[in-house]
Design a binder for this molecule. Structure first.
Ligand SMILES: *Cc1c(COP(=O)(O)O)cnc(C)c1O
Length: 231
């Protein structure tokens, strides 16, 4: 199938999941994960109305944003502190803030650039050693610490769920993330919104939407398999 058909199919599936879950139509935003894909594919996606792209390599963001300054990019992958400077001003949201030190660096560089960067806190809700992110237990405390930084604004949480054969088995993980967000919202902190939940990928986005995702990050189902494994 071509890109156009893929986008149509996934958009329909997102609408169906919203309806089935009693969610408002259009309440879930599709982040098209275009990592490793050539800029021509992003151009095709743009031509059929896709506006926001997820990337996980700083160099790719710099190249693609330079080619198309009008496209919106989100950083969704692990970000090294020494590369923070290159993404500030190039991405509208960083999904993958997984340490206080990283948040401090993003804040510092944002202040220098005269901006405030929107961020999500990554939570390792599945408890997998191979995954980045805060533990569910520490997330609230870290959120309150990060909220004191002048150059970042916390918009919500993000998670990469364990890749289990049956997506139904990751439902508790998504539910836990949504619960942590509710709990943090009760703090009524001025620098924390906690209304965005970035969860769900090709394999499990339907379940994620049922559990409250506001952003799904989908790559393979839109652009096809990637040439090298995801990181
Ligand atoms: C690659 C990636 C995705 C997209 O995964 P697919 O299974 O191709 O939809 C989503 N989120 C993150 C953090 C990724 O690195």
């Amino acid at each position: 199938m071509g890109l156009q058909e893929n986008f149509k199919e996934i958009t329909e599936k997102i609408r169906e999941a919203e309806l089935a879950a009693g969610r408002e139509p259009g309440s879930v935003r599709l982040i098209a994960v275009s990592k490793t894909k050539p800029v021509e594919m992003l151009e095709e996606a743009w031509s059929i109305g896709q506006r926001v792209f997820g990337e996980n390599h700083v160099q790719e963001i710099v190249e693609k944003k330079t080619a198309h300054p009008e496209y919106e990019f989100h950083m969704i992958g692990h970000l090294q502190r020494n590369k923070v400077k290159s993404v500030i001003g190039r991405v509208s949201l960083i999904h993958s803030v997984d340490s206080v030190r990283l948040a401090e660096e993003i804040s510092k560089e944002s202040v220098k650039a005269g901006t405030v960067t929107d961020i999500l806190l990554e939570v390792n809700a599945g408890g997998e050693e191979s995954k980045y992110g805060f533990t569910p237990e520490e997330t609230k405390e870290k959120a309150l610490e990060i909220a004191m930084l002048p150059g970042v604004h916390i918009k919500g949480l993000m998670t990469v769920a364990p890749n289990l054969p049956d997506p139904e088995d990751v439902r508790p993980v998504f539910r836990k993330i949504a619960q942590i967000a509710v709990d943090i919202r009760k703090e009524n902190n001025d620098n924390i919104d906690m209304y965005e939940l970035s969860m769900g990928m090709t394999h499990d986005f339907r379940v994620a939407i049922e559990e409250g995702a506001t952003m799904v990050r989908i790559g393979t189902a839109l652009f096809g398999a990637r040439a090298y494994p995801k990181e």
